[in-house]
Design a protein. Structure first.
Lengths: 356, 275, 287
C-alpha cells in the first residue's frame, strides 16, 4: 500500500498543471479574499454641485468618500451626467432647500456603504436630505448580477468550451488530416470557432431576455453598443479558448488551464466585489481581464442607458484585446495546421513543376 | 520518380530526423517504408504530404486536392456517424451529387461498412475505423495515397482487407506510400525503403534487397547468444557474417526477406570497417 | 510435465453472449504458446479466465495446478498492451513500485535496462519502453508470462531483441502465453492457437496450420486488369509487387482470367501463415 502512495506522489510531482492548480489556486483565493473581496467600499468618488458645494463637500467623510469635483456653478443635470459616465457614484446637489443626494444604483455595494455613511453624517448634522437612487432604484441585486452573469456565461463558452472543441480535434488526430486536406488554415479556424460564436450569442440573448422577463431587469440603453461590446468580448474569449488549445495536448489539460484563466475573472472582474474597493496591488489584475470591461458595458447599457460615446474606453480596450489575443491564437493555430510552409514550397517549385 | 522524397534532410526543432532520404512513389506502385519505432517512417510521410518542412532536398507531390492521407492515429470523427464522416470528406474535396453517392456506396461495400453506416465512428472496432479512414482518403480518387502505419495493432483479417483496399488503389493507378513495422507487409511492396535512425538502410524491390544480401547466414542452436552478429528466430539463432565466414557449429541457410531486413538494419546501426 | 496454465472445456458467457466456448489450452514450462484471433474472438476473456479475473461458466481453469487466485497471480508476469508503466515516472521508480507490489523489495535493477535508470518512461522510444515493461514483469521471477502483443510497433530488429528476452525466460523454465496480431511474432512461438467466435478453430505449429493449404499465384502482363477483375468478382486477392496471390482454386482463377482474355500464368503455391489464418477464420471449422 505504501508503494501505491509513494508512486502517486511521484506522478503528481511531475504533473505540472495539477500542481499549479493545487498551489496557485489557494494562493489566488487567499489573495482575492484578502485584498479584493471587500463589501465595504471606500474611496467612493463623489461630486458636489450647487451653491452650498464647498460646505457640503467638507462634510463628506474620508476615506469613505473621495470628492473629485466641487462645482458651485453646476446643477443637477451636470451631476447626473457624472453619474452616468461612471465618473462619480454619489452626487450631492445643494441648493435652496434640503440637499439632494443622487446615487448610481448600478454600483450596488458602493451605494449601500454610501447610504450608511451619509445617514450618519445627516443625523450628526441634523439634516434630512432627499435621496434619489438612479438606474436601479430598488437596489435590486439581480439587476446588477444579470448583466454580469451574461458576461460570465460568455467566458465559459468562449474559453472553456471552445478550447475543448479544438483540443478534441488534436487528440483524435484529425487535425493533421485537416492540414493535408484542401482547406486553408483560415477555413479551419473560422469553421471551428463559428458554432461556438453562434451558440454564445444565442445564450447571451436568452439570458438577457430571461433577466428582463423574470427579474424585470431593464434594457434602458441602445442595443447597438451592447452588441458591439458583446461581439468584441466574444472574440477575446474565443481567442483565449483557441490559445489554450494550442498549448494543451488533451482535454484534461485544456480544462485545467481554462479553469485557471476563468477563475480570476469570476473573482476580480467586478462581478461580485467592486473593482474600486480592491487594493491597488490586486486591482491591476482586473484591468487586464476582458470580463471587467464587458461588465462595464453591459451594466452601463442595460441599467444606465449609456450612449456609445461614453463607452469608448471599455469598447476600445476590448477591441485592442481582441486583436491581440485572436491574432496570437490564429498565429499559433496556423503553425499547427501548416508547418510545411514557404520554404518547403520553394524547394518543391525550384526542382520540378508540381503536376496537376 | 513521379512523387516522393529525393535526398531529403528534415528536422524537428534542432534534431535532424531524416538524413539523405530518398523515397520514390510511382503510380500503380505500392512503396512501403519499413523500420522500427523512431526510425523516421512517420516523418517521411509527413514530409511527403507537406506537414513538415525539409531542410534540404526535394519533395514531389500533387496539389492538396489530389492527395489522400491517413495519419497514424486514423483521423476520423468519433462523434460523427460513418456516413457523416464520408460526407465531410466529400465536401472537403468538392465531391457531391450522384458521383459522390455512387463512390461512397462502392467504398462502403468494399470495406464491409455498409451495415454500419449509421454507427458512430467512436463505436467502430479498431480495424473498422482504419478501413473507414482509408475509405475517406480514397473517396476522391487521389493521385497519391499516403497511409501512416495503417495496420499496426489491427487484427489479421482486417489487415488483409485493408491491403485489398490498398492493392485496389494501386491497381487503379494510384501511387501509394505506406509505412509499417511489419516485414511481411514490406515483402508485398513494389518498392521497399528500410529506414533506421533517419537514414535509408536498404532500398529497392524486395527481390533486389534479398539479392543484395551480403555475406553468409547460418543457423545455430543453444541457449547462449553466439558471438558476433546474431538474432533470435523461434528457438534457434540466426548468425551472420558480412564477410562470409560463419562461426563454428553454424549451419548455412538461405536468407529470406526478413533476414535481409534485419541484417540491413544491423549494418546501418553499426557500420563496420571498410563498408 | 506439470502444466503452468491449463483450461479444459472452459466456457464463459455474459448473459446470452458466449465469449469463450469449450476451450482446451495448456502452457507447459519452457514453451511459448501464441494466441491469435480477430478482435472479439475471445482472447482477452480467455486470458482473464486464466488470471482469475473472471470465473468460468463451465469447464475448469487451472493456474499452477490450482484455481486462479491472488496468490497464484503473484507467480504470473503480465505485460498488457499498454505496458502497465507510468509514463511520468522514471524507470527506477517504476521498478521500485512493481517490486514493492510483489513484495520483492529492493531487488536490483537488471543490467539490460540500467542505462535508462533515471529516464522518464514516457520519454523513451517504444522499443526501450517495451524492454522496460518486460524487465519489470520479470522482476519477481514469475513462472508464467502473459504478454499481450509484446512487440507491436517495434520493427524487426527490436522485435528480435525482445524475443531474446522471452526465449531466455523460457529456457530458464518459465512458460509464456503471447497474444499477437503479428505473423512474424507468431512464427517465433513454439505452438499456436487460433480463436474465432470464442472457439479454437486451429491449433499446432505454424507448419501444422499451413499444411495442405495453397493459394493461386498469378503472373500477368495486365496485372491491374486482372486484379480489378478478381477483386470485383469477390475472389480474395492480394497484390505482391505486380504479382497476385488469390486464396482460391487455381482452376477457377484461370477460368475467370481466360474468359476475360487476360493472359496469365497461374500456379498453386503453399499458403503463408496469414493466408491460412484468413482462410480458417473466414470459414470456421465445421462450417
Amino acid at each position: 500500500m505504501w508503494a501505491m502512495i509513494s508512486k502517486e506522489f511521484r506522478e503528481l510531482r511531475r504533473d505540472r498543471r495539477t500542481v499549479a492548480m493545487m498551489i496557485v489556486l489557494p494562493i489566488v483565493l487567499l489573495v482575492v479574499f484578502g485584498y479584493a473581496a471587500n463589501f465595504k467600499v471606500s474611496d467612493i468618488p463623489a461630486v458636489v454641485v450647487g451653491p452650498g458645494a464647498s460646505q457640503a463637500a467638507a462634510m463628506l467623510p474620508e476615506p469613505t468618500f473621495r470628492v473629485t469635483e466641487v462645482d458651485p456653478a453646476a446643477d443637477r443635470s451636470a451631476a447626473e451626467a457624472r453619474l452616468r459616465d461612471g465618473k462619480a457614484v454619489v452626487a450631492v446637489v445643494t441648493g435652496a432647500g434640503v440637499p439632494l443626494i443622487l446615487m448610481d444604483g448600478s454600483q450596488l455595494f458602493s451605494v449601500q456603504t454610501a447610504e450608511a455613511a451619509l445617514g450618519k453624517v445627516a443625523r450628526d448634522a441634523g439634516v434630512s436630505p432627499r435621496v434619489e437612487i438612479l438606474y436601479n432604484k430598488d437596489l435590486s441585486t439581480s439587476w446588477v448580477m444579470v448583466p454580469g452573469l451574461a458576461g460570465l456565461i460568455l467566458v465559459f463558452i468562449g474559453t472553456l468550451i471552445t478550447s475543448l472543441g479544438v483540443v478534441r480535434e488534436r487528440q483524435a488526430g484529425t487535425l493533421e488530416q485537416l492540414a493535408v486536406m484542401p482547406f486553408r488554415a483560415w477555413d479551419v479556424i473560422v469553421g471551428k470557432i463559428a458554432p461556438y460564436l453562434i451558440v454564445a450569442a444565442v445564450d447571451l440573448v436568452v439570458i438577457v431576455v430571461i433577466g428582463m422577463a423574470v427579474f424585470h431587469v431593464p434594457f434602458a440603453g441602445n442595443v447597438g453598443p451592447f452588441t458591439l461590446g458583446a461581439a468584441l468580448f466574444l472574440l477575446v474569449t474565443l481567442g483565449m479558448g483557441v490559445l489554450v488549445s494550442t498549448v494543451s495536448q488533451n482535454q484534461g489539460q485544456a480544462i485545467q488551464l481554462a479553469f485557471m484563466l476563468v477563475l480570476p475573472q469570476v473573482l476580480l472582474s467586478g462581478l461580485i466585489f467592486p473593482v474600486s474597493s480592491m487594493a491597488i496591488g490586486v486591482r491591476w489584475i482586473s484591468y487586464v481581464l476582458p470580463l471587467t470591461y464587458f461588465i462595464e458595458i453591459s451594466r452601463g447599457v442595460m441599467l444606465k442607458a449609456m450612449p456609445i460615446t461614453d463607452l469608448w474606453e471599455p469598447i476600445g480596450l476590448l477591441a485592442v484585446l481582441a486583436v491581440a489575443v485572436l491574432g496570437l491564437a490564429v498565429f499559433r493555430f496556423r503553425r499547427d495546421l501548416a508547418p510545411g510552409s514557404r520554404k518547403d514550397r520553394a524547394a518543391v517549385r525550384a526542382q520540378e513543376p508540381v503536376a496537376s | 520518380m513521379k512523387w516522393g522524397l529525393r535526398d531529403v534532410d528534415a528536422a524537428r526543432g534542432r534534431d535532424l530526423v531524416l538524413t539523405g532520404v530518398t523515397v520514390p512513389v510511382d503510380p500503380s506502385c505500392v512503396t512501403v517504408v519499413v523500420g522500427g519505432d523512431g526510425a523516421g517512417k512517420s516523418t517521411c510521410l509527413e514530409v511527403l504530404v507537406g506537414l513538415l518542412a525539409v531542410r534540404s532536398g526535394t519533395v514531389l507531390r500533387p496539389p492538396k486536392e489530389r492527395i489522400g492521407y491517413v495519419p497514424a492515429t486514423a483521423g476520423l470523427y468519433a462523434d460523427l456517424t460513418v456516413q457523416e464522416n464520408l460526407d465531410f470528406s466529400a465536401k472537403a474535396y468538392g465531391l457531391s451529387g450522384r458521383a459522390y453517392r455512387q463512390q461512397a456506396d462502392r467504398l462502403l461495400e468494399q470495406t464491409g461498412l455498409g451495415p454500419a453506416r449509421r454507427r458512430l465512428g467512436g463505436q467502430l472496432s479498431g480495424g473498422m475505423q482504419r478501413k473507414l479512414a482509408v475509405g475517406m482518403a480514397l473517396l476522391h480518387a487521389p493521385d497519391l495515397l499516403v497511409l501512416d502505419e495503417p495496420t499496426t495493432g489491427v487484427d489479421p483479417v482486417s489487415r488483409a482487407e485493408l491491403w485489398r483496399l490498398i492493392s485496389g488503389a494501386a491497381a487503379a493507378g494510384t501511387a501509394v506510400a505506406v509505412s509499417t513495422t511489419y516485414v511481411n507487409e514490406a515483402a508485398r511492396a513494389a518498392v521497399v525503403v528500410l529506414l533506421e535512425a533517419g537514414k535509408v538502410a536498404a532500398s529497392g524491390s524486395p527481390a533486389q534487397i534479398l539479392d543484395g544480401f551480403p555475406g553468409a547466414l547460418g543457423v545455430m542452436d543453444g541457449a547462449e547468444r553466439p558471438a558476433g552478429l546474431a538474432w533470435r528466430r523461434g528457438i534457434t539463432w540466426r548468425v551472420w557474417d558480412p564477410a562470409g565466414a560463419l562461426p563454428m557449429g553454424a549451419r548455412p541457410v538461405v536468407p529470406d526477406f526478413e533476414d535481409a531486413v534485419v541484417a540491413a538494419t544491423l549494418a546501418s546501426a553499426h557500420p563496420g570497417p571498410g563498408r | 510435465m506439470r502444466c503452468l496454465a491449463e483450461t479444459q472445456a472452459a466456457s464463459r458467457c455474459f448473459g446470452q453472449f458466449t465469449a469463450v466456448s469449450k476451450v482446451d489450452l495448456a502452457v507447459r514450462p519452457g514453451e511459448v504458446l501464441g494466441l491469435l484471433g480477430a478482435n472479439g474472438a475471445g482472447k482477452t476473456t480467455l486470458i482473464r479466465l486464466l488470471l482469475g479475473l473472471l470465473r468460468p461458466s463451465d469447464g475448469t481453469v487451472g493456474l499452477f495446478g490450482e484455481s486462479p487466485s491472488i496468490e497464484t497471480r503473484r507467480r504470473v508476469g503480465y505485460v498488457p498492451q499498454t505496458l502497465g508503466l507510468y509514463a511520468s515516472l522514471t524507470v527506477a521508480e517504476n521498478w521500485d513500485f512493481t517490486s514493492a507490489a510483489f513484495r520483492n523489495h529492493r531487488a536490483p535493477l537488471p543490467e539490460s535496462i540500467s542505462a535508462w535508470k533515471k529516464e522518464l518512461v514516457g520519454s523513451l522510444p517504444l522499443g526501450a519502453q517495451r524492454q522496460v515493461a518486460f524487465a519489470v514483469a520479470l522482476s519477481h521471477r514469475p513462472e508464467l508470462l502473459v504478454l499481450d502483443e509484446p512487440t507491436s510497433g517495434v520493427g524487426p530488429l527490436g522485435s528480435a531483441r525482445l524475443w531474446e528476452g522471452i526465449r531466455r525466460a523460457a529456457t530458464a523454465g518459465a512458460g509464456a502465453l503471447v497474444t499477437t496480431h503479428n505473423m512474424e511474432e507468431a512464427e517465433q512461438c513454439d505452438r499456436l492457437m487460433i480463436m474465432a467466435d470464442g472457439k479454437v478453430v486451429a491449433a499446432g505449429t505454424s507448419a501444422d496450420i499451413t499444411a495442405g493449404r495453397a493459394v493461386a499465384e498469378v503472373r500477368a502482363e495486365e496485372w491491374s486488369r486482372a486484379f480489378a477483375l478478381l477483386d470485383g468478382s469477390r475472389f480474395p486477392v492480394q497484390l505482391h509487387g505486380t504479382m497476385l496471390r488469390v486464396g482460391s482454386q487455381p482452376a477457377a482463377v484461370s477460368a475467370l482470367l481466360s474468359r476475360a482474355g487476360i493472359s496469365a500464368t497461374v500456379e498453386s503455391v503453399p499458403a503463408n501463415l496469414e493466408e491460412a489464418f484468413v482462410a480458417i477464420v473466414a470459414r470456421p471449422a465445421g462450417a
